[in-house]
Ligand binder design. Structure first.
Ligand SMILES: *Cc1c(COP(=O)(O)O)cnc(C)c1O
Length: 402
């Protein structure tokens, strides 16, 4: 079976057609899109085709797509770019306690620049109440940012409702849709958003490339200064291979979105059912129905999520505790704390995020090996350095047999 990859919220394997499409642009198709001769024009055409494909995936106009280096830069450009552009109007920003660090740290930076930040909380399933946003909006509010779906617990927010409130108050609305674009249906007009962040490597594209949707008429200040690329909003020679890869991933997603999500959700449901029924003291976190089709996030009583993941790794299973960015910090997740989890239960969190290539066989294998891992860890006294001895301990002798 080989490695069982269940961490698609952290990153996804690039599609074969993505890798293939990129190749020429890493070798003989090396023209600069700004050059006027034929090789340059070919690169320009490839970039503009990708812009169309990305726009089509989210129901936007190509002219509303700005390519960036990924979800993080898109979030920075949306928050900081808008705040700087509208600083004469006011210095107040609203976001939520469960955002990705790319949004939270952008806000922290704005705070250092003199902006005031209001952090809205969530309920125990991770949902933001649109009324809580409405209550925070003031005359001097310049931007509201609420993520479309959370990267840890998978909760999908009532973004259309929140966007409507912002529109009525004439406040710019941004959503970090890095976890949803290419994975579930996302339409910028249906959602009614002004700004929306995209990252290619979260939907089978390459890393280091993303996009920001900027609705026509929104004013955003550039953060990267130099040439006039990307309508002056993002200077620097375009990442042509990355942009081509993003375009191909977007086109592929548009064609098989529903089929993918349906198949993945069925597997996810089997995984949730299998784990909850075989492990006592296990809790499914997040919302039951308003959640990403591929997300299964649990808190296990009496274990460290980190230790569970190390043991799973020894059995060839890739899963994570919290998000990829915070798992090194050993701090309980800010998302779980905001949802009201105690520190101890929050430490026992494990996230499985499925993808288009996962199989029933893989899920059955996981359901078989996880209960004894949890049991063993609970039996150990605290303070033991777990390392990755699961296989030596015989926990996954099945793995060795295979
Ligand atoms: C992964 C992720 C990001 C960061 O995207 P990068 O392309 O890795 O910079 C931002 N927001 C969310 C919700 C994410 O899951």
């Amino acid at each position: 079976m080989g490695t069982i990859y269940l961490d698609h919220a952290a990153t996804t394997p690039p599609l074969k057609k993505v890798s293939e499409a990129i190749k020429p642009y890493l070798s003989y198709e090396y023209g600069n899109p700004s050059s006027i001769y034929q090789m340059g024009r070919k690169a320009r055409a490839a970039v503009e085709q990708a812009r169309k494909d990305v726009a089509k995936l989210i129901g936007a106009n190509p002219g509303e797509i700005v390519f960036t280096s990924g979800g993080t830069e898109s979030d920075n450009l949306a928050l900081i770019g808008t705040a700087l552009s509208l600083r004469e109007k006011g210095r107040h920003v609203i976001t939520t306690a469960i955002e990705h660090h790319a949004v939270l740290e952008s806000c922290r930076f704005l705070k250092r620049l003199g902006f005031e930040i209001s952090l809205v909380g969530v309920d125990s399933s991770g949902i933001v109440d649109p009324d809580d946003i409405r209550k925070e909006i003031r005359k001097d509010t310049v931007i509201v940012s609420v993520m479309h779906a959370n990267n840890e617990v998978g909760t999908i927010q009532p973004v259309a409702e929140i966007a409507k409130i912002c529109r009525e108050s004439e406040v710019c609305f941004h959503t970090d849709a890095v976890q949803t674009v290419g994975n579930i249906n996302v339409d910028v007009r249906e959602l009614g958003v002004d700004l929306l962040s995209i990252s290619a490597h979260k939907f089978y594209g390459p890393k280091g490339i993303g996009a920001l949707f900027i609705r026509e008429g929104c004013s955003v200040e550039r953060l990267i200064h130099g040439g006039e690329q990307e309508r002056g909003l993002r200077a620097g020679t375009e990442n042509v291979p990355g942009i081509v890869g993003l375009g191909v991933a977007a086109e592929a997603a548009a064609g098989e979105l529903e089929e993918r999500a349906e198949k993945i959700a069925a597997l996810r449901d089997a995984l949730v059912e299998g784990i909850l029924s075989s492990i006592t003291g296990s809790h499914l976190t997040g919302h039951e129905t308003m959640r990403l089709p591929n997300n299964a996030h649990f808190c296990f009583e009496g274990v460290e999520g980190e230790a569970v993941c190390l043991h799973l790794d020894a059995c060839g299973v890739c899963a994570s505790t919290g998000s990829a960015c915070s798992s090194e910090a050993l701090e309980p997740s800010h998302v779980l704390l905001a949802m009201g989890f105690g520190r101890e239960l929050a430490q026992g969190s494990v996230r499985f995020t499925l993808g288009r290539r996962n199989t029933e066989e893989e899920i059955n294998y996981l359901i078989e090996i996880l209960p004894p891992i949890i049991e063993r860890l609970r039996a150990m006294s605290p303070g033991i350095s777990y390392g990755s001895r699961a296989c030596a301990n015989g926990v996954c002798s099945k793995e060795i047999d295979r």
